[in-house]
Design a protein around this ligand. Sequence first.
Ligand SMILES: [Zn+2]
Length: 449
Amino acid sequence: MLTVLEGGGQPDDRLAVCDLPLGPWSGAEVQAWASKTGTVWHCDPNCSSLRNRARTEAYLQPATGTMADIRLPDRTHCYPAGELGDYRRAVDAIVAFDEATCAATAALKRQDLTLAVLDDGAHGASAEDSAEDVLGGDPLAGYWERCKARRARVVSEIRRKLDDRLPVMLAAAWVENGRTPRQHQERYVSFLKVAEDECDQRDIDATSGIRSFTNDKVLPYWLAGVARGTWPPNETKKRVDREVERAKQWNRKEGEDFHRSIREAWLATAAAWTRRLEGVAIGHPGEVFALFHRYRLGLGWDLRDLFDTVIPHASLDTREFNWIAAKVPAVFSLFLTERERGLTGLVLDNERMHRFDASTAALFLRNLMIDLGQPDLARHVRERGPGVREPERETTERSSSSLHGFGSGVSDARLTREQCLPALSAAIDGTALAAGAAPRSRRRPGSRQ
Ligand SMILES: [Zn+2]
């Protein structure tokens, strides 16, 4: 099977089971077992679902051909133990890996960014891990290299596009965050209002009211799609088509005019939503250097994972908190002003952006811990980002209560931007503060809040 995808002008052949060599399966004999009346066969004698081995059959494998030619019972529960099973699983893993790569390549042609393919094992087991187990010099190695090279191409293209797209994606996530079980935030309400106005103008109504309908059926999905990397016009088309279909189903008596006006209303709504998101992004140009709680941002996991796959940063993980220091798009600062238990984070700098990379961020965090009299915590600062996975250390230290969160310094005892500035200045100069030195002044006259 040869699936032709036009990726970057080059025809692209997706790897399939029928492309892969037999390897250890060539000429091998595979035993299969079933219970007396069972119709499911097991090839692993130790399978926990195999109750008894009342019946046995042997399957002689072809000497030549591909993995598509292997012979197994119709209903096979498990692969053989040992090398044969490992090899078969590696084949499955490679094929699934390449299928995901090719789907991401096709999506990219439509301008949709597939964030999931950026994850090169940041979260433990990946296709790569299971395939690597049996790839040392065996017949799959060359195929695997080809798949990895193809993945690397699409990953680098997605990363390049994220430079432009991420601010709008973050803006969408921020508006989506304004949807709460109680009273929605103003930013989210204003998006609902757009739909209401467009529908009102065309005399379109819903049983529950347009605002409630939009909140239940349309807006959160549209925002989530855009936040995850779908190109806004594509997400719009998907939602508009769905609404027109829904209208046709529920209003059979209405004619073409009505359906046309439904389409127009949602097209106009989504166009206005897109402009608003672009406005939010344009209103926050450039980048900032920030310190924040990794898990209190209200970001979905797919965007939060960008800190493992795309954004170089430094992290400080203790039993009590998980902080990240990183250079991020300026629109990200919208997430840091959320106030549930103190601030979610602090914007520390927006001027000397060319000076910040993962190692400056790590130096800053270490300096900060030393400056705050917590030198033990400095040992737990890790430099992280794409391809950088410093192992986590066992954390036993208890941090002092002054390090539980961020604040403005007005009426709480939380860490403020001012307190971070001495450590930041030293890091920008490349200076490592030494533990045990005289405590530095916590406040600088004239520093901005
Ligand atoms: Zn089994």
